[in-house]
Design a protein around this ligand. Structure first.
Ligand SMILES: Cc1cc2nc3c(=O)[nH]c(=O)nc-3n(C[C@H](O)[C@H](O)[C@H](O)COP(=O)(O)O)c2cc1C
Length: 340
């Protein structure tokens, strides 16, 4: 089937980028409803790996942001992902930034997005997760509404945590989107300490009342120097966080200078973020010493890229932009390459 995706991509890339993502998701859902996923995508690669106390069917997940509302969980898991991270979801529905807000840079195999956490709100996502039938591992990525002041951000994360707690296999605290003003300040010092205190306390209360321990992962940006990464690693260890996801998109444009759409505001993903993200994984790994698992995201476009992330210290990987550019075969290739 590997000859088909280039044709499919040519069609999708002739459309507006955001419309193409939505159409792609609808097509995947249609195939799933027609029970054609196995024929089109093949049997998912089975290579179980236990991380955060959860057994992942394989080590290759879908990164957050493609299925923000949990509307496509079953269909996406049938594509071959070992886990699916949905969200970012916020307490209340919000429209996100005005369109256009999603741009391709094909010469660099990259995307710039400034979606701004467009989502239907946590209540909708909860309904969708309850409806999902697949037994895939579901990560739920939570954030804050744009009109919630950063000083009260912990309240938004706490509301989302409470609502999704029993439904998630793990929960990601997203403090690294560049498209919600002030969000990235939550990655540092007292702000991070306070946020993690609030959420760890809530996790303890919920795990006692529900008799279920749901791991918390923190998702960080690639735009930090090594010392910032070290400080984050130390705090994650101190607060007993269950995993770290490295990384989100970058605000740097050095790798795409002069290309069309490079100057669009937002986060850059895909090939240009690979080195930077992998470096963050390496630095995290040096400081975490295997005490907190690392989930690596950022520019995975080949089996070798996935292997490089694991060599840098990752336990699992996630893909978004590579899936858009290369299709489902990339998931299989990476999952096969990471078979232990
Ligand atoms: C269009 C788009 C939307 C995204 N939305 C989110 C989001 O809502 N929450 C989040 O944590 N990451 C989001 N991301 C970041 C991805 O999850 C991932 O961390 C990043 O793109 C790097 O991986 P990649 O190079 O494989 O895309 C988004 C990425 C893209 C391209």
């Amino acid at each position: 089937m590997s000859f088909i995706y280039p044709l499919v991509r040519r069609f999708f890339f002739s459309l507006d980028a955001e419309k193409a993502h939505l159409l792609g998701l609808k097509a995947i859902k249609l195939l799933h409803s027609a029970k054609l996923s196995r024929i089109v995508f093949g049997q998912p690669i089975a290579s179980p790996k236990t991380v955060m106390g959860l057994t992942f069917p394989n080590a290759v997940g879908l990164a957050a942001g493609l299925d923000k509302n949990g509307d496509y969980i079953d269909a996406l898991s049938a594509v071959g992902f070992g886990f699916v991270e949905i969200g970012t979801v916020t307490p209340r529905a919000q429209p996100g930034n005005p369109q256009p807000r999603l741009f391709r840079i094909p010469e660099a195999q990259a995307i710039v997005n400034r979606m701004g956490f467009n989502n239907k709100g946590v209540e909708h996502l909860v309904k969708q997760v309850k409806k999902a039938q697949s037994d895939t591992i579901i990560g739920i990525n939570i954030g804050k509404n744009i009109d919630t002041p950063v000083e009260s951000a912990a309240d938004d994360y706490k509301v989302c945590l409470q609502k999704v707690y029993t439904l998630a296999d793990y929960i990601t605290i997203n403090i690294s989107s560049p498209n919600t003003p002030g969000l990235r300040t939550l990655q540092f010092g007292d702000e991070l300490k306070h946020l993690l205190d609030v959420l760890k306390t809530e996790q303890k209360i919920l795990s006692e009342s529900t008799q279920k321990y749901v791991p918390l992962a923190v998702k960080i940006a690639p735009d930090m120097d090594d010392n910032d990464v070290k400080l984050i690693a130390e705090l994650l260890l101190e607060k007993d966080i269950d995993a770290v996801i490295a990384t989100n998109t970058t605000v740097s444009r050095s790798a795409v200078e002069g290309l069309e759409n490079a100057e669009e505001q937002g986060g850059l993903s895909g090939v240009p973020v690979f080195q930077q993200s992998t470096h963050v994984v390496r630095v995290l790994s040096e400081h975490l010493n295997g005490n907190i698992p690392i989930i690596a995201a950022g520019g995975i476009f080949s089996a070798q890229d996935a292997k490089d992330k694991i060599a840098a210290g990752a336990d699992l990987v996630q893909i978004y932009t590579g899936f858009i550019y290369q299709g489902h075969e990339l998931i299989r290739e990476c999952a096969e390459a990471l078979k232990s």
